[in-house]
Design a protein around this ligand. Structure first.
Ligand SMILES: *Cc1c(COP(=O)(O)O)cnc(C)c1O
Length: 452
């Protein structure tokens, strides 16, 4: 079979194979890579997943996109190594579940993507005898997941930028205590500023010699792993002829895009609920058809979702036959009717986020952190508004471990959530990071001076 080609959402750059898209990250025309065709599973294949382990489902999903790009044994070994932790599905009430994507080494769902992407990148740069400098902006969890996934890998260095006041102590320490090939900068600004600095560096031809690559949610190598847990959870919870509603707490829309791919691959997803915090640019877009970014983005409790312009939105628009460039300008309107048919979106305030943490714990002993709370509240509101049958299978994603947000949990629930093993011992480790102003020329000098 011919390898699947990947095109840029800006439609100017050449089409590339998976390994090129993975190593480049962003296309030369600043667009995002998308598969030209989305492979499909048969009903029988989807049924067979209930007999497979998580990593075996990851293998089946990745294999469809990577035909001719990696051999089966190597791919299987790679996913087996990446997914060595559980994916709990917690029954909450009726047929409604929370999927906990927080058991990886940095206790956020970002581990799912980072661990597979890191291993794939390592595989291809070894083959191509190359070096890479991974440049990534983080609102908290991406940076630590990437830093941990790439820690101590040969020929790959990682530089993470984080907004100085928007990450928790624990999130910061998960990145800054590593050392070796991992370097961290605190930027006096917001997540969107960090993202803008990274994007400018990618577009700067003076820096070509650095072999920059991105590991942000814009990398196609992160989206493919994020398809897997949609198939996995369905395979574990389905009964005859079930379809499923997913609620996805969303920021840059990488997580949700994984789900949308899963739907296009044949998973019977009845509806996506895109639950966002007070940064409601997508909710308004879906309702009105008019898109305007939120600049600057609002600071909400669910800090990893403080995004005023989701970087994966141009991919969603592309899947619905529209064109949106990297600035968020739409030159071809997507099929909004079809999009509304598949997707519902709701904005959840900080007040509701806190109330939901309290209520869900009090009523169901369901322990949520702010991101998962936005997801769960979105599901509750949708079910109420549309009178969803109590037997309908619904799965809400919990994207981080509550122990990553101890201050908020203590304030709301009056107890300190137990630390998962992966987060123990962080407090006493030494931190290393640099501080920079939100200024491109300073950042460029830093890159030139630190990486020769
Ligand atoms: C990154 C992140 C999100 C948002 O995911 P996107 O793919 O950017 O939409 C939600 N919750 C947590 C805990 C995160 O780290």
């Amino acid at each position: 079979m011919e390898p699947i080609k990947f095109y840029s959402t800006n439609l100017i750059a050449d089409e590339v194979t998976f390994s090129e898209a993975l190593l480049k990250g962003i296309a030369p025309d600043k667009g995002l890579y998308m598969p030209k065709e989305i492979p499909v599973f048969t009903k029988e294949e989807i049924s067979s997943f209930s007999q497979k382990e998580y990593y075996e489902i990851a293998f089946e999903v990745a294999r469809k996109f990577l035909v001719g790009q990696i051999n089966d044994n190597e791919l299987l070994a790679l996913v087996k190594d990446a997914y060595n932790y559980p994916v709990p599905l917690e029954k909450v009430v009726e047929n409604k579940y929370v999927m906990r994507l927080d058991q990886g080494p940095t206790a956020s769902f970002k581990d799912f993507a980072a661990r597979m992407m890191g291993r794939l990148m390592q595989y291809y740069i070894k083959k191509k005898k190359r070096k890479l400098l991974i440049l990534t902006a983080t609102s908290g969890d991406t940076g630590s997941a990437i830093a941990n996934a790439f820690y101590d890998l040969d020929n790959i260095k990682v530089l993470v930028l984080f907004p100085d006041n928007e990450v928790t102590d624990r999130q910061r320490k998960q990145m800054t205590t590593l050392g070796k090939n991992i370097q961290i900068i605190s930027i006096k600004g917001k997540f969107d500023d960090c993202q803008a600095l990274v994007k400018e560096a990618f577009a700067d031809s003076d820096l070509d010699y650095l072999d920059l690559s991105s590991a942000n949610s814009i990398n196609i190598g992160r989206l493919i792993p994020q398809i897997v847990y949609y198939f996995y959870s369905f395979s574990r919870l389905r009964k005859e002829n079930d379809d499923v509603i997913f609620s996805v707490p969303s920021g840059n829309f990488g997580d949700m895009m994984g789900g949308v791919f899963a739907k296009h691959m044949g998973l019977p997803i009845k509806k996506f609920i895109i639950s966002v915090n007070e940064n409601d640019e997508f909710t308004s877009f879906l309702n009105t058809g008019n898109y305007s970014k939120i600049e600057p983005s609002k600071n909400c409790l669910s800090s990893a979702m403080n995004v005023g312009h989701p970087s994966n939105l141009s991919r969603l628009v592309a899947l619905y036959d529209g064109i949106m460039n990297e600035k968020g300008e739409i030159s071809q309107v997507p099929d909004m009717v079809k999009m509304r048919n598949d997707i519902y979106s709701i904005s959840i305030s900080d007040k509701e986020t806190k109330e939901t943490i309290k209520e869900s714990y009090d009523s169901h002993k369901l322990l949520l952190e702010p991101h998962g709370s936005v997801g769960w509240k979105g599901l509750m509101e949708y079910c109420k508004e549309y009178n969803v049958d109590k037997d309908q299978l619904c799965i809400s994603l919990e994207t981080a471990h509550p122990a990553k947000f101890p201050a908020q949990i203590v304030e709301i629930l009056k107890f300190d959530p137990e630390l998962p093993a992966s987060l123990e011992g962080l407090e006493t480790k030494e931190e290393f990071f640099d501080n920079l102003d939100n200024n491109y020329s300073d950042f460029k000098d830093y890159l030139i001076n630190n990486y020769k």
